[in-house]
Design a protein around this ligand. Structure first.
Ligand SMILES: [Zn+2]
Length: 416
């Protein structure tokens, strides 16, 4: 572990808060709904431009199935610390007309500012302030809001071998970090029956709608409110005409679980539900989509962050468990220590009152910078992925980020 930072680091970022706010405004000004590849590509250009200006290094562009992702691999070492964020948003094109990007009375607004363009800008400035950034990788994906279909492999590749993944998703209420996230499983339960005329020979049919009703009630029973597991039948469809015994029906099911054990319990149970209606069969498709981020992969990182926040003179750092999943669930599933919610403080994710608290940008960016520095200062744990540290280096010196000193390295980093 490195030398503890001091409150002076927060002041350094306060001095560049205007630049951070301006950069967030630039990113928010380029709309990037996940479903619009052209918009996401334009946004990637803007993110690359801002990141390059702050970091003094250009990203690698990775296009997968038309979706634009960006990777900054800084220094020559293998990735030791991965900073993970996304530049797509849930907001359709044209939202800026209703909700322009503004900053008034210390509150920054605009579509995607809180979730999570502010987090990207914080990452750029936090890393730009590091005196040593060998082994730091910043990955910015373009499809997180739709479940990361094209970026999942990229995230896994970058995270594997890292000693920590820091996720720049927005903070929970009151700036709390997210140390647990529920896992998600999605199912389609399909019932096959036998069609027959509902008036002439209903007894010859096997009614998929009736069996589906049994299935829906049985599936609902798999929830465990005490454990925090929800099992929610959502979309439902069956049959063809009003006078035909339905031969086919299906229901979709959304499952949220606090632990891998619960995810496995529900998975086994949903696949094992018997058909109660003679002549019908049940086929279950789907399964776990995101594994839960459990406290075990985040606790040590949170404790480290709490100690650093204390040294920075910030109020005690808080942690919460949340229901929504993020790309942190993907890296946690690899067993890589993962800490989420390190981005902006504010509120209103996916809602009209989405906003970022400007006063919190400096202390949170300082915390992020100090955390990366502290992780880099750790001795190598894996000789195959970590380069040896220079034994002649003064112990701990690399542990404290300083204001950028190289004017050639960047044009918009924090200044002392
Ligand atoms: Zn997000």
């Amino acid at each position: 572990m490195g030398v503890l930072p001091s409150p002076e680091l927060v002041e350094r970022f306060r001095a560049v808060t205007d630049a951070i706010v301006a950069d967030i405004g630039t990113l928010v000004g380029c709309e990037s709904p996940s479903a619009d590849p052209a918009a996401v590509t334009r946004s990637a250009d803007v993110v690359a431009e801002v990141g390059t200006a702050v970091l003094g290094a250009a990203p690698i562009r990775v296009e997968r199935d038309g979706c634009a992702h960006l990777v900054w691999r800084l220094g020559n070492a293998a990735t030791r610390v991965l900073l993970l964020g996304h530049h797509d948003t849930v907001w359709p094109l044209g939202t800026l007309e209703r909700h322009p990007s503004t900053t008034h009375d210390g509150v920054l607004r605009g579509p995607g500012c809180f979730d999570m363009k502010a987090g990207l800008v914080m990452a750029f400035h936090a890393v730009a302030a590091l005196p040593e950034r060998d082994g730091v990788t910043i990955l910015v994906t373009g499809d997180e809001e739709v479940g990361s279909p094209t970026s999942r492999g990229l995230i896994e590749d970058e995270a594997r071998g890292a000693r920590a993944v820091l996720v720049l998703e927005a903070a929970a209420d009151d700036g709390a970090l997210k140390t647990e996230r529920k896992g998600v499983s999605l199912y389609t339960v399909r019932v096959h029956g036998r069609a027959a005329h509902a008036g002439l020979a209903p007894q010859d049919g096997a009614n998929a709608t009736v069996e589906l009703a049994h299935q829906v009630l049985a599936i609902t029973e798999l929830a465990d409110p005490v454990a925090g597991t929800t099992v929610t039948p959502t979309l439902l469809a069956a049959g063809t005409t009003t006078n035909t015994v339905p031969a086919l029906g299906e229901v979709r099911v959304d499952v949220r679980v606090p632990s891998a054990a619960e995810q496995q319990r529900v998975d086994a149970a949903i696949r094992g539900l018997p058909a109660r209606t003679p002549g019908t069969t049940v086929v279950v498709d789907g399964g776990p989509n995101r594994v839960p981020l459990e406290a075990g992969v985040s606790t040590a990182l949170f404790d480290r962050a709490a100690r650093l926040a204390d040294a920075l003179g910030s109020p005690p750092l808080r942690r919460v468990a949340v229901g929504g999943a993020s790309d942190g669930n993907i890296t946690a599933a690899l067993g890589v220590p993962t800490l989420d919610g390190l981005g902006a403080a504010g509120g209103g994710a996916h809602a009209d009152d989405e906003h970022v608290l400007v006063a919190e940008l400096a202390p949170r960016t300082a915390l992020l910078s100090a955390l990366v520095a502290d992780l880099l200062a750790d001795p190598p744990t894996n000789p195959h992925t970590d380069p040896p540290t220079d034994p002649s280096a003064e112990p701990g010196v690399t542990g404290v980020p300083s204001a950028p000193t190289s004017a050639t390295a960047r044009t918009r980093g924090p200044r002392p």
